[in-house]
Design a protein around this ligand. Sequence first.
Ligand code: PEP
Ligand code: MG
Length: 576
Amino acid sequence: MEEILLGKGVVPGIGIAQVKVLSGDLTIHLNEYSAGTPALESSKLADAVKTAAAELLQLKEAAKADGQASQADIMDAHHAMVTDPGLSASMYGKIDQGVAAPRAAMAAAEEFAAVFDSMPDPYLRERAADVRDVGRRLARLLVGGGQINFALEPVVVCAQDLEPSTAASLPEDRVLGIILGQGSTTSHTVIIAKARGIPAVTGLGEAISRIADSTVVIVDGTHGQVILNPSPARLAEYKDKAEAAAAQKRRDVELSTLAAMTMEGKKIQLAANISSPADMAAGLRQGAEGVGLFRSEFLFLGREVPPSEEEQFAAYREVVERCGNHLCVIRTMDIGGDKPLRYLNINKEDNPFLGWRAIRISLERPELFHAQLKAILRAGVYGKVAIMLPMIISASEIARARECVARAATELAREGKAFAADVPLGIMIETPAAAVTARELAAECDFFSIGTNDLVQYTLAVDRGNPAVSPLYSHFHPAVLKLIDGVVKAGHERGIWVGMCGEMAGDPLAAPLLTAMGFDELSMSAPSIPRVKEVIRKLSHQSAQELLNQALSLKETDAVRSLVEEYREQMLFISR
Ligand code: PEP
Ligand code: MG
């Protein structure tokens, strides 16, 4: 029977496919697993090894075809591990001693990982995380919980919540939609879904637990609807809509070759926000002029040890090279807040968003920061790269970070490794402190990029991930607009360029205001680029300036929103 669920549409578009329920918690499945005889467990393990090997080979080929060489190498290494005779002997040995197959796989992997853990070579030490990952892959296959077989038909992923690291690994060609019980518009999982253009609906609550595997669903990310078991008529209607969306995509391809330029010819650089080298493909497809925000912390998440300098270098180099002549802004790791790291042992904090995060961790854990800075400086040899510091609140943090950059350069010189000597150092303006003292901070750095996701939450004291207060969360609040306007002025007065990389940059409704403020660059999820570009190309300076002056005189968020909506319809002739 057809059923319509209402949630929050967070990534527009339509996806139609069978549901794949993801339940992230492997432990529950392990506890529920009932083991058979050793012979039966051994044969199940043999099947799982075969399936895992085939999956990994397919993932490797897919990554290769997508130009993601480093991911292909990792998949290749995992394939070698899953078929390793030593690991097999250990797993089967444990089953013979009466251990259930999934636990045998994980225990054997853990023993191998412990050996890697104790190796002096940092590269080999990191292989421990890979072996553990392989053990979990086998265990998931055996318990039948949570593993998506991406080699099969396309799916709509359904989960109560999705870890950002899991979301980062979803292949966009085989995941046609995402539906979540939890989630907000600015959680990192949603940001990743956006970057990959996967239609998504969140906030479905408990209803999500009633959705069974293989149910046919329509995900309407534009209207926040999920339709379970659609009738034939509904299915036909949505297939038409999906076709219209595909036609829009084709028009976007045309747009991708045009500049983001106002009617008077003022150009704004539109760049892409990415979380991994894999996101580059979508950005380039939409005509992104470089990367305005590489959330490098995603290289650090979902693993047992931090990535080495070499591993980071490979990832940064890949992105920098793919940016060609354009700039690639790599933000140093923004760990903490909603992105905790197991291996950093961050104490439980009552207010993680106000706690030990981002630049605070980098400055106090120089060994992590040092390896990252070295990797970025080395990547600079292959194109244009910039370093961006997150969560800055004072000039002294920039000065300390600058010293760290100098130390990284000195060490690279001593090691005889090639590196770029004059990499620009910029900061995120995402705290009210930074916005208010922008003039002073501008004297210490080479560029600003405004992070509205955090700036809004800290300015309005509204948690960016809490659905209970989400109606209060808006970048159109007059206080936020005034801060942003002041930051652009301060940066320009000091002669540095000013960009924006928070979600506001990708909001077409905000584009006239941002253009009038004089932004040099706007960086956003790839799918937002054509919509923002379309608006900028219709703008005339005078009308946008008048709009901004009016907006800055208003007292309420709703009044600003109504004003920009009216402008969109009456001046740009774009209907909702
Ligand atoms: C921001 O805060 O606007 C931003 C771009 O950083 P993040 O969303 O990663 O916190
Ligand atoms: Mg931020």
